[in-house]
Design a protein around this ligand. Structure first.
Ligand code: SAM
Length: 277
């Protein structure tokens, strides 16, 4: 039984392999058993296929491998691969792949490794790819309905915010359209090595079946335009994507006042506008 979450063991491994943390890859390793257990509990991975993004030295991977059906761990840093191989050698249900998660052919990988069966995503995400990876996973139609991720607290708050909340943004609308997202645990920065500057949260996203009739491209063009000029009224901010005459007609039909701002509009309001415009 390895204790990869123990700060003493992490230090020993780092020294043994002469590993240097790379800030540019968002390398902050989890060093607290409580939070390793929490993320796995929330993800509920017993007998499930799991895609882990950025396994690091294999701390969460090791604990998941004990009960998951299979863990596919994609790690960009080649210096971590020998460490992962050594740390996970006792498991035959773990596959480590040295790739950039944003560049690898995920569709092919999922077909090969999970035979296109359903899987869950579990990750202590490198902060610099949080938004692109979420967008990719949410919109790709993979057989994945459930993601449990650790992200910076402020990003988590933006993801779950609703209209009129101070953290409400285009990301909030995007996440709401595709999923039911909840913040389940907040973590202090002290449970990572090296210690980051800000706290984190564990978030669970249950992907939902959305209305296929909604023109997603149009919807998110509107949402982006609205939040790009969030201080302006929607009549002004949305005039980048539609004429003022059309906007006025759309506001009248939806009952929305033209002096509202994007931050006052719910997902449903944006959907109604996209439908009419
Ligand atoms: N899972 C480990 C843990 O919790 O201790 C490490 C988490 S650390 C926050 C993020 C990990 O993602 C690092 O191991 C880093 O090298 C890896 N990573 C960064 N960018 C990546 C990318 N584009 N594709 C795959 N892995 C990446």
């Amino acid at each position: 039984m390895k204790k990869l979450y123990s700060p003493k063991i992490v230090k020993e491994i780092i020294d043994l392999y002469d590993f240097k943390f790379k800030k540019s890859l968002g390398q902050n390793f989890l060093i607290d058993k409580n939070f390793v257990d929490k993320i796995i509990d929330i993800a509920d991975i017993e007998n499930e296929n799991v895609l882990e993004i950025g396994p690091g030295i294999g701390t969460i991977t090791y604990e998941m491998a004990k009960t998951a059906k299979k863990v596919l761990a994609v790690e960009i840093d080649e210096n971590l691969i020998p460490i992962l191989q050594q740390n996970l050698e006792e498991f035959s249900n773990v596959k480590v792949i040295n790739q950039d998660i944003l560049k690898v052919d995920l569709k092919k990988l999922i077909a090969e490794e999970f035979s296109n069966q359903s899987f869950k995503v579990v990750s202590n995400l490198p902060y610099y790819i949080t938004t692109p990876i979420i967008e990719l996973l949410i919109t790709s139609n993979f057989p994945c309905q459930d993601m449990t991720i650790m992200v910076q607290k402020e990003v988590a708050q933006r993801m779950v915010a609703s209209a009129n909340d101070k953290d409400y943004s285009s990301l909030s609308v995007f996440v709401k359209f595709y999923s039911d997202a909840k913040i389940l645990v907040n973590l202090p920065k002290t449970v990572f090595m090296p210690q980051p500057k800000i706290d984190s949260s564990i978030l669970n996203l249950k992907l939902r079946i959305y209305d296929e009739k909604v023109d997603q491209k149009k919807l998110f063009n509107l949402v982006r335009a609205g939040f790009n000029k969030r201080r302006k009224t929607i009549l002004n901010s949305l005039s980048d994507v539609a004429s003022k005459e059309d906007l006025k007609i759309a506001f009248e039909k939806t009952g929305l006042r033209e002096n509202l701002r994007a931050e006052n509009l719910s997902l449903d309001d944006f959907i109604k506008l996209a439908d009419i415009l």
